[in-house]
Design a protein around this ligand. Structure first.
Ligand SMILES: [Zn+2]
Length: 493
């Protein structure tokens, strides 16, 4: 009954959120600067578990003494909220809110052992992670560096066919009518097409593969504290440019047993980027994460979900498995829209309406689910720790909340190249498959099975192209290229 009442309200907001997703690039991708390293009383992080489910009435959010009433137009219902949540009226849309940040709880020594992860390398020394050895922040990396040339050669040597699918232009489906109409490329952004190789749900009903994108960022410690206090772990889709900016924070995520995954270097719409550019984006992201944590992720998420069969093939050749978020219909994607609060195209109340709709859908589908959320901005963390997570923990029926790798019923060690059991869990590129079999079922191959989306397309190989420079004799010269380093934080509005 509750969800039936809410659906009429929430659906338009969900549609709005989805439409707004195309405007992500209007918002600063860089993390806002922290104002302080000292916690403030009444910060958004609750150290105590959320209160027990209290029930709620449609038309208002449950309110505790420390949480001012929400604005009158609030039309969602949450089973529980964090008693120390930032009030809804203080989660302001359209601003890059800065508020006090929490310090790191632990600084790990070089050589520390992630004992929870069998056969993991010791933690690298962050003193060896020199920003000038990496590309400029938040722009596409050059494709002629020794590192990228090596990765291009490796992709060429993988035997994976990269479909000859032209790049798109910025502007999404309206700006690319021919591409949008071409179902053979299986472009998720226009129609929600997915391949069997895409992770879009968790297999077990009521299991939530928890994810946070675009960090690490100044407010990530608030999220980490909440997760730790409630015995939760998540998957962080890490932007390479943020990893080089906050390496100690990335180490803390990793050592706290969260899954670390790739989210590109500069967060582009991937279908707009050349094949060589995508190799650079993914390669540098893998490298900075390995340089900071000692391990190389096997999972990645395309920014904005912008993936087609060319992107899939490149990722596969680079041993990366795409993770999307659940989409059960064009009007019901499991996207909270939280990212757009900072951009001002959605309000916090709309995000919570979206969340209410997601909960309703999640309890009705036969599988588990994956939701899109972010740890980049103060608002997104405040919403997660104050409202979404407490409500999820109090939900009846209960959700089983875990990282994506765990929701897939795989050990955390299967999340990284260095710790993966190759005999039981062959790598995406087919490194451990029998010779000649690794392209079977690959995106872009004729063996791939059809789409799970409503367009019913099947993969068709449009012909292969060679990738960039095919030179197996390229010698990797590490650390010799000096790139300009953007030390400051620039805001793009
Ligand atoms: Zn993102």
């Amino acid at each position: 009954m509750k969800f039936a009442l809410l659906s009429a309200i929430a659906l338009p907001a969900l549609v709005s959120a989805n439409h707004n997703a195309a405007r992500h690039d209007n918002v600063a991708r860089q993390a806002p600067p922290p104002t302080s390293s000292a916690p403030l009383p009444g910060s958004s992080v609750g150290s105590a578990p959320p209160p027990a489910a209290t029930g709620s009435a449609v038309g208002s959010a449950p309110v505790t003494g420390s949480v001012p009433p929400a604005v009158s137009s609030v039309s969602f219902s949450l089973a529980s909220i964090n008693p120390t949540a930032v009030s809804l009226s203080d989660i302001v849309a359209g601003t890059l809110t800065t508020q006090a940040t929490l310090p790191l709880t632990t600084t790990y020594a070089a050589g520390a052992n992630p004992s929870y992860l069998p056969n993991a390398p010791p933690l690298p020394n962050l003193a060896t992670v020199i920003p000038t050895n990496y590309p400029k922040l938040d722009v596409l990396p050059p494709t002629d560096s020794p590192e990228v040339l090596q990765w291009i050669a490796e992709v060429n040597a993988s035997g994976i066919t990269i479909p000859d699918i032209p790049v798109t232009v910025l502007g999404g489906c309206p700006a690319n009518p021919a591409a949008a109409a071409d179902t053979t490329r299986c472009w998720w952004s226009c129609g929600g097409c997915v391949r069997d190789s895409d992770i879009t749900t968790c297999p077990d009903k009521l299991t939530w593969g928890l994810t946070y994108d675009d960090g690490p960022a100044p407010y990530t410690p608030d999220l980490l504290q909440y997760l730790n206090a409630n015995d939760l772990t998540t998957t962080f889709f890490v932007v390479g440019s943020r990893a080089i900016s906050y390496p100690a924070l990335l180490q803390e995520e990793y050592m706290a047993q969260h899954q670390i995954a790739v989210h590109t270097w500069s967060h582009p719409y991937m279908t707009t980027v050349s094949t060589e550019g995508l190799i650079a984006e993914l390669g540098w992201s893998k490298k900075i994460i390995k340089d900071v944590t000692g391990v190389t992720p096997i999972y990645f998420r395309p920014p904005y979900g912008d993936i087609d069969d060319r992107v899939r093939a490149i990722a596969k050749a680079m041993d990366l498995i795409p993770v999307m978020w659940t989409r059960i219909s064009p009007l019901a994607t499991f996207d909270t829209g939280d990212y757009n609060v900072a951009g001002g195209t959605i309000t916090v109340t709309q995000v919570l309406q979206n969340w209410e709709e997601i909960i309703g859908n999640a309890t009705q589908i036969d599988t588990g689910f994956i939701v899109l959320e972010h740890d980049l901005f103060a608002q997104t963390v405040d919403i997660a720790t104050g409202y979404i997570l407490p409500a999820a923990l109090a939900n009846k029926p209960s959700f089983n909340i875990k990282p994506v790798i765990s929701c897939l019923n795989k050990p955390l060690s299967d999340a990284y190249l260095e710790t993966n059991d190759n005999s039981s869990n062959p790598l995406p590129s087919g490194t451990n498959a029998a010779p000649g079999t690794f392209t079977s079922g690959a995106p872009g191959s004729s063996e791939a099975t059809g789409s799970a989306s409503n367009n019913g397309s099947s993969t068709k190989n449009n012909g292969a192209i060679a990738v960039g420079i095919n030179n197996s004799s390229i010698i990797l010269a590490v650390g010799t290229a000096i790139f300009g380093f953007v030390a400051g934080i620039s805001i793009i509005l």
